[in-house]
Design a protein around this ligand. Sequence first.
Ligand SMILES: [Zn+2]
Length: 69
Amino acid sequence: MNEFKIENISEEQYNHYFQKWLYQYGGASDYVSLKHYIENYNNDVEGDVDIYSTSLCPCIICIKESQDE
Ligand SMILES: [Zn+2]
């Protein structure tokens, strides 16, 4: 997947991006839009969006996942 298209991500991935973005920017879309955030997301730096782990990501989904175990 060389050309990233926001339309091609799954709903699950979209929700995870959204929570990550919310955590980092507090929903301040005038600062960094969610679309811009997803398009510029760096898996190597910020963690694979398909992995739910609090060691990679501090968002609410990952926290919930870790609490369920
Ligand atoms: Zn997360």
